[in-house]
Design a protein around this ligand. Sequence first.
Ligand SMILES: Nc1nc2c(ncn2[C@@H]2O[C@H](COP(=O)(O)OP(=O)(O)O)[C@@H](O)[C@H]2O)c(=O)[nH]1
Ligand SMILES: [Mg+2]
Length: 491
Amino acid sequence: MALISKSILSKRGLDKLKHKANELLSRTIDQHVTLAVTGLSRSGKTAFITSLVNQLINEGNGIKLSFFDPVHNGGFIAAKRVPQKHYHVPRFDYDSAISALTSEPATWPEPTHGISELRLAIRYQPKNSILKYATDMATLTLDITDYPGEWLLDLPMLKQTYQEWSQQTHALMTSTPRAEHSKNFLIKLAQLDPFACASEELLAELAQEYTTLLHTFRHELGLSVIQPGRFILPGDLAGAPILEFFPFPGLDSLDGNDYQNAPDNSFIGMLRSRYLEYKEQVVRKFYREHFLRFDRQIVLADCLKPLNKGNESFADLELAMSMILESYHYGKSGIFSRLFSPKIDKLLFGATKADHVTPEQHAPMVALLNQLIHQNKHHLNYEAVEVKTLAIASVKATNSGVSKHKGKDIPVIQGQTIGHSNSTEPSGIFGQKITVFPGAVPSQLPNDDYWQSNNFNFIEFAPLSGLNKHQCLPHVRMDQVLQFLLADKMI
Ligand SMILES: Nc1nc2c(ncn2[C@@H]2O[C@H](COP(=O)(O)OP(=O)(O)O)[C@@H](O)[C@H]2O)c(=O)[nH]1
Ligand SMILES: [Mg+2]
């Protein structure tokens, strides 16, 4: 009897041990990557995430991901969407986005205005890592976060006082191309007594006017430096008083003591405290709650539209990129590393909408984006971060070929122009199939000569028709994107 119970006990013990071992094993087998996708509005984040998810869940159906090793060497099993990790963050609306792209007529997904998340579970067979001895199937959990690049434009505010920020913003608002649009707003501010008792209604009204100005800068002038970034992409803060402030010019000419002692209920006191609150509760909070969790990031940049818009728009993109890059500036002298210590190990820069130009222009696109990034390199120190730049099209909307022009072969692209009248299409052709050579992309930061002779003609194309949500979307280099961002976690 005693013997039997001893053997039962040891069996139980053994089971327990086995269970523990399995638990441990599955903890090591289950890998996890938190990937953040950012870029200024309209840079192509929604299209990118939709395509990335689509490529993974439909792998093997349609276009092959030839440069993605797990697929190439047969280790990839399947991917599926699973409930996301943070229930308080909106879900990335993959279903609506893919429905838009695959409807007839096909349309681009609706613009989004804040942060969203989506989780994928990717099953694969380990081929090279030690895991291959333990299991036939491992899972990589991929958390994808979409957030506006505009939010990164606010980082430099963390080191500025309200006075310094006002001064810098005022300088921008009084130079071309912003000056002409800012005039009326600045006249109104000049009439305001900074020490008078603040009227909340007036503050709200002026903040609204400032926000409208920022929208004009972004959407009419094609500018990229928009501060505070939340004003045009408020996410869940829309309408909150924390977004009701604006720069106040001329603070440097006020008596320092008067300014410091301005009561909290004066105009200037209220603006200053909202600015400080914004920095703490919005900017710093985003970095603390989200940015620091990301393992890997992709920064998308549309360099083609600013090229099309001209010198000032492009120069503004240059400035915006350098502001955005501060968030990835891990050098010892960087403000960022003094404030936070992020853990990103891979950073990908994507020059988006590569299908807007002929394929031989992809190399200059990469060179151009590299110039935008690396002109800051002397004061950028990525330390342990692996960095790469690719020209991509998340959802290829054109076909490329050659056409004869005056007896010569010239490269062309063919696509369908966007068929609605509020497209930014310059030539007034809507919803037609056209064949064009959109122009050459400069591989250097463009100089005056370039702008004078510039005949770059960027055209907005509708997605190709006849796409199927159960097949892989046509793309350019999404497989290389996956290779860089995920392949090392799936060996
Ligand atoms: N031709 C082409 N257009 C794209 C591509 N990705 C984005 N776009 C265009 O850029 C617009 C903005 O893209 P979206 O993903 O909504 O940008 P987001 O604001 O960064 O999320 C879309 O409506 C499309 O017109 C692409 O891969 N190819
Ligand atoms: Mg979006």
